[in-house]
Design a protein around this ligand. Structure first.
Ligand code: NGS
Length: 268
């Protein structure tokens, strides 16, 4: 059992690499194109290196109303992913309404679009997480991988062993096999635990790289997400619900637009 550490236990203030990123004045998304050694994506935030590459990765980001973080994330990630010599595409799945945020449903929609576009690897990723180690390859392992296990805001400790949120890599075939994630978690919390239950049900053992490779910094923001009141009840039936609640029961409308630096999926 892990206990969250008190950030001030050693009498030092916490300092976050993300503050340095946020203080840089490159919030304008289009600025990225002027930076040195950067290859402008083809369109829709897709980039293909000239060399042989690993199976293609789709980076799927559930999103609403955080323009500043979007600028930082997209700037940083195109450089990071190009350095890894990957064929990738960034999908921003934008919840365009004032309902409670439904992270898992947005991920399902992003996964569906990515799979329909032929991507064999899904990277399910929060917009406020910035990877700090190039060894943390944004490609899929044989088994689903929890990528963000070493986070500065947790003092690089894992809060609990089965945590499976933040950033995860999973093969599209595996995602289809477990019927994706639940569409029912509205508000913060629980959907990632539900996802983990689905992996267990299908005997998909998850893996992690070592802590030094799995380091992330979290972009700071106001914690204004409302919690899901139902989450503990939903979790009790996570395993049986996975048969009919997930990727195959999406009945939400969305549009897909190719922007220069990402594919914008707008969910109404
Ligand atoms: C658990 C939540 C997860 C969440 C994790 C870490 O308590 O969804 O905390 O959250 N589970 C439930 O609420 C049932 S974090 O500290 O990163 O905001 O991912």
């Amino acid at each position: 059992m892990y206990v969250k550490q008190n950030a001030k236990q050693d009498n030092l203030e916490s300092c976050y690499y993300s503050d340095i990123l946020a203080s840089r004045n490159f919030i304008q998304i289009d600025e990225i194109a002027r930076l040195k050694n950067f290859v402008m994506p083809i369109s829709g935030g897709e980039h293909k290196p000239e060399c042989d590459h690993l199976p293609s990765s789709s980076i799927i980001i559930p999103y609403r109303n955080r323009t500043e973080q979007l600028g930082i994330f997209v700037n940083y990630m195109h450089h990071f992913l190009q350095k890894q010599r990957l064929h990738y595409r960034i999908f921003i799945v934008d919840q365009n309404n004032t309902n409670l945020f439904n992270r898992a449903k947005l991920l399902n929609i992003g996964a569906k679009v990515a799979i329909d576009n032929g991507y064999p690897c899904l990277i399910l990723h929060d917009i406020d997480l910035i990877p700090l180690h190039y060894g943390n390859i944004y490609a899929c392992s044989k088994v689903p991988r929890h990528m963000s296990s070493s986070l500065d805001t947790f003092r690089y400790n894992l809060p609990y062993l089965t945590l499976f949120g933040g950033a995860v890599a999973i093969l599209s075939e595996q995602y289809k096999e477990i019927n994706g994630m639940s569409n029912l978690y509205e508000g913060w919390g629980g959907e990632d635990d539900d996802f983990y239950e689905r992996l267990v049900k299908h005997n998909l053992t998850a893996c992690r790289f070592c802590a030094s490779v799995s380091k992330y910094t979290m972009l700071r923001h106001e914690k204004n997400l409302k919690k899901s009141g139902d989450r503990f009840n939903l979790l009790k039936k996570a395993t049986e619900r996975s048969n009919y609640d997930g990727l195959d029961s999406l009945n939400t409308e969305y549009t897909v637009q190719k922007k220069p630096l990402y594919t914008h999926i707008i969910v109404s």
